[in-house]
Design a protein around this ligand. Sequence first.
Ligand code: IGP
Length: 260
Amino acid sequence: MSVLDDIVAGVREDLAARQSEVSVADLRAQLADAPAPRDPMPHFRRPGSSVIAEVKRRSPSKGDLADIPDPAALATEYAAGGAAAISVLTEQRRFGGSLNDLRAVRAAVDTPILRKDFIVGDYQLLEARAAGADLVLLMASVLGDDDLRRLFDVATELGLTSLVEVHDEAETERAVALGAELIGVNARNLKTLAVDNDTFGRLAPLVPSDRVLVAESGISGPTDVKRFVAEGARVVLVGEALVKDGAPREAVAAMTGVEA
Ligand SMILES: O=P(O)(O)OC[C@@H](O)[C@@H](O)c1c[nH]c2ccccc12
């Protein structure tokens, strides 16, 4: 079993537990109270890089990264630094996150929020929107074509923007065929956890220029951002480097608006 299979098995168990506690009808009722979804695309399409700054405590590849006792405080710093969106890892077992983190961040900032999780069912999309998320991650490595299409359509109906994540040529072709406007290239192979910084440059030419490309993983500072912008990225998604930086506001600002 790959690391990814193992993570997804745990996600399915946790999901089943939540589903037995809150019915779909109750979740749908909560949607009425959720703030209207925010559209991240105008910021992403601005000239120069946009940053999606991530709230992440730990990961299977790096272990403990940062305690983050107050996710709202960290998100406030990200927003002040000019983050275009804030990613909140809500997976519990391997990344130490939760939907409560997302709710806390939602209450603190106006910035669009990405629910970063291993989404396998519609229920998680409803949860995301009810908690105030504006974007969701859909991983081509986790979802077959039918599920990817259905979840993409349901997300769109809910007003959520899908970030469709790819890691190889076949996944990139699937994301393009789906019509995804926002495509993320993860430099980390989640089956082996290895990072290959040449992944973005290899896959970017397969994506039509009307789409918005996000470079994900292993980005440590403005020099990396400049490289990915030169290779076609409009957006960078940064976790580790920001949660470990003592000055996250300045770190986000330094990676924002970078030109090739
Ligand atoms: O911490 P990093 O190396 O800056 O990476 C952030 C982000 O790309 C990474 O957290 C990520 C990208 N895709 C994912 C899918 C699931 C979990 C995590 C991820």
